[in-house]
Design a protein around this ligand. Structure first.
Ligand code: ADP
Ligand code: ZN
Length: 748
């Protein structure tokens, strides 16, 4: 028997409804007698525990054993297009893969609940027949027709601000005419204008695929053709697009977006940090003549609503967004692009823990869409998939135009140390001075916010720690505060050491960007300097303004954290100095070396993107490290081959699978107990190994004690069933949380 289609005699029809709550699955509801059962995917309102909840009619068989009398009824169906089968399957798939509740994943798709309601119909004004005649007369400089009411100057301006045939909101007319809305009401009373419903209009204009783009060189042409062919097939497939920084990858994949538009399907472009994408949006506009729709966490609720509805109606042909854009209701997605696919920002670490790059591939599969992963420094995961033929591969071998790749060299800090208490070596200082003297721009990169990462008492050796986390407090001198970069705890800088009480004995240890800026101010007092860090550039507007000033050559020296490493194209920037190239190597997690190579290569790639050649200097205490050698030789491929060789024998990703369990509780003993029980219940399955429990490197985070276990499995072992079985064998009290992280990226 088909679900929900029981004959009337056996009771009301039943439907399964998934609620956006962390529950085990969908609940059954009855369709009110005499009503048509809503189609699968319909957004409905149902009662739950005394209140009304939003839900989605879900796939699967209702439980016929449940007594008819116990079934509650669906209250009503919302006027939004039903969720597509491909999105429903995606929700189920993400939930199963990440071991999350399907309802928790569903919640990510209902990112604008108000968008599900009918848009409040807005009324505007249009000219009546009499109004039209009066307006025509005014325009021709003639007297108003016989019988027309008296036309004051305000009324005249109002009539002239309302073009024939258009319906405009009162506010818009009043603004354009410089009158009050009351004037319009007067015109209506006199029969010159009448109120009318505003036509529905999409807020997004369709980008024109045939708007002229750049003229491609032969390599770009070939790459663009390959991507367009993949899109035109209208079936699932993944392509890895690689090429050195500045080789024109963005221009090439925008061509694939154009092909997707020609196919009449929607395209999604995912960027790792949408707040820093001002330049990218300008590029898009230059290519297509209009701006794309945007999706990220800082949209106003009105924009969210309008965007969600436009996407669902197929009226946002191109959407550019952060991770959460994967869960929008595209009716016909034809292309997903993941720019900077190697970026860890694509991993969501809270709530439903998922990797947006990997889930994008799955979303593309369910939508019969092409997926393109883009990077100058692709992850070992994607490289391996390209090598084994799971992904197609397209490469752009050289920089566009006259630009060559920058030369990279090392400064051995043991041989050329900075002055005492300083952080820039004389070699680096000379290079920056020379660059500025030539009228070019230089950049100093240090991936650390604030003034100093550690504050220490010179008398007793005490170090200032966060009370809630296993971490040092970072001095932010500009704000005169100490901050924890993990939980946001902040306190004033104390005058005396909190341990021994000695006054003026606290010393800042090590540099952050603020401290480099202080040194730069002494070295280059006349240079126009700009600090770029996430806390000095709050929001997209500030980043865009910073980029504009750099492009306009209002800045000589940029001092920045990783926010300057990503995607920027500054034509006059010819020199990059990395203050501490060893920084990312500490801690020694699985991907520390890979990530350091990627980050520093990206930073280096900001130099010399136009005609003037670029130069990069890396300050390091271990210049012989393979990471430094690979950067100097520009041989990322060789480095990745070595990296693969090191990971393969131990079945480390991508040659094996990992899943982490993070146990946390305010009560340390409780965390320990659950971690120990999990350790004792560890699965004994062929090809599976469990490491831990052990205190997490961040053993205390936001006041919760944390323990980690790591499950390592051979690639051919499906880890989800193993994890499910494992978790089912351990009792976890309500105040202890066990978070599952499949394919972990961070190991803190
Ligand atoms: P990538 O994404 O590989 O870093 P971009 O697409 O940003 O490279 O290209 C680098 C610069 O070269 C950009 O300013 C871009 O507009 C320009 N560019 C790339 N290809 C062309 C082309 N065929 N004609 C003109 N300019 C181009
Ligand atoms: Zn903290």
């Amino acid at each position: 028997m088909q679900p929900g289609l029981l004959p009337e005699a056996e009771g009301r029809a039943r439907r399964r409804v998934l609620l956006p709550l962390p529950l085990a699955g969908a609940y059954d509801y009855a369709v009110p007698a005499g009503e048509e059962p809503p189609p699968l995917g319909s957004f409905v309102v149902v009662p739950l525990g005394g209140r009304d909840m939003l839900g989605v009619v879900w796939d699967g068989e209702p439980d016929m054993a449940l007594a008819e009398s116990r079934l509650k009824e669906i209250r009503h169906v919302l006027p939004a297009p039903p969720m597509t089968p491909s999105l429903r399957r995606f929700v189920d798939w993400v939930a199963a893969y990440t071991l999350s509740a399907p309802g928790a994943v569903l919640r990510m798709t209902i990112s604008s609940p108000s968008a599900l309601e009918e848009a409040a119909e807005k009324a505007g004004w249009r000219l009546s027949a009499l109004g039209l005649a009066c307006r025509a007369a005014l325009e021709a400089g003639q007297e108003p027709p016989e019988g027309a009411p008296r036309l004051t100057p305000a009324r005249r301006s109002a009539l002239l601000a309302l073009p024939p045939g258009e319906i405009l909101p009162g506010g818009a007319i009043a603004d354009a005419a410089g009158i009050s809305v009351g004037v319009l009401r007067g015109l209506a009373d006199n029969g010159l204008v009448e109120s009318a419903l505003m036509p529905h209009r999409s807020p997004f204009i369709r980008p024109d695929p045939d708007h002229p783009g750049p003229i491609f060189g032969p390599d770009q042409q070939k790459a663009a053709e390959a991507l367009c062919a993949a899109v035109a097939k209208r079936e699932f497939g993944v392509t890895l697009l690689t090429g050195v920084t500045g080789s024109g990858k963005t221009e090439v994949y925008l061509d694939a977006v154009a092909e997707c538009l020609r196919q009449g399907r929607q395209a999604l472009v995912m960027l790792p940090e949408i707040a820093l994408s001002a330049q990218w949006l300008g590029r898009f506009e230059a290519r297509f003549g209009v701006r794309p729709a945007l999706w990220h966490s800082e949209l106003t609720s009105a924009t969210r609503r309008a965007t969600w509805r436009a996407v669902a109606a197929g009226e946002a042909p191109v959407l550019v967004g952060a991770r959460s854009a994967l869960f929008l209701p595209y009716p016909d997605l034809g292309l997903i692009i993941i720019d900077e696919e190697h970026e860890t920002a694509f991993k969501q670490e809270e709530g439903v823990v998922y990797h947006a790059r990997d889930m994008a591939v799955v979303r593309a599969r369910f939508s019969q869409a092409a997926c393109v992963l883009v990077s100058a420094t692709p992850s070992l995961e994607s490289r391996t998939n390209a090598e084994t033929g799971r992904y197609a591969a397209v490469n752009l071998p050289s920089r566009h135009g006259a630009a060559g790749l920058p030369t990279v060299s090392l400064i051995d800090l043991r041989a050329d140390p900075p002055e005492k208490g300083r952080f820039l070596s004389p070699v680096l200082i000379d290079e920056v001075s020379a660059t500025i003297a030539r009228g070019e721009q230089a950049m100093l990169f240090l991936n650390r916010r604030g003034y100093a990462p550690l504050t220490l008492c010179r008398t007793c050796g005490h170090r200032l720690r966060c009370p809630n986390c296993t971490s040092w407090l970072v001095e932010h001198r500009a704000q005169r505060r100490l901050q924890c970069h993990h939980c946001g705890h902040a306190e004033p800088i104390p005058k005396a050491c909190p341990e021994c009480g000695t006054e003026d004995s606290l010393a800042a240890v090590g540099p952050g960007v603020e401290r480099v800026q202080e040194e730069a101010a002494i070295l280059w007092p006349d240079a126009r300097r700009l600090v770029m860090a996430s806390d000095t550039l709050p929001g997209p507007g500030a980043a865009a303004e910073a980029a504009r000033r750099i492009e306009n050559r209002e800045i000589d020296l940029i001092i920045g954290t990783q926010v300057v490493a990503k995607g920027w194209h500054f034509s006059h920037l010819t020199m990059v100095g990395v203050v501490d190239a060893d920084l990312g190597l500490a801690g020694g997690d699985l991907r520390a070396a890979e990530r350091t190579v990627q980050l520093l290569h990206q930073v280096a790639g900001r130099a010399g993107r136009a005609e003037a050649p670029g130069k990069v200097l890396l300050q390091s205490f271990c210049p012989d490290h393979p990471v430094m050698q690979a950067l100097v030789a520009g041989d990322l491929d060789g480095f990745m081959v070595e990296e693969a060789a090191a990971r393969r024998p131990g079945h480390w990703p991508p040659f094996g699978r990992l899943a982490a369990l993070i146990v946390s509780a305010e009560d340390e003993l409780a965390a320990d107990r659950v971690a120990r029980d999990l350790g004792l219940a560890a699965p004994s399955v062929e090809g599976v190994e469990v490491l831990g429990p052990a205190p997490a490197p961040l053993a205390l985070l936001r006041g919760r004690h944390r323990r980690r276990l790591l499950l390592k499995a051979r690639r051919d072992v499906p880890v989800q069933p193993v994890l499910r079985e494992w978790l089912s064998r351990v009792q976890v009290p309500a105040h202890v949380k066990v978070q599952v992280d499949v394919d972990p990226v961070g190991f803190l």
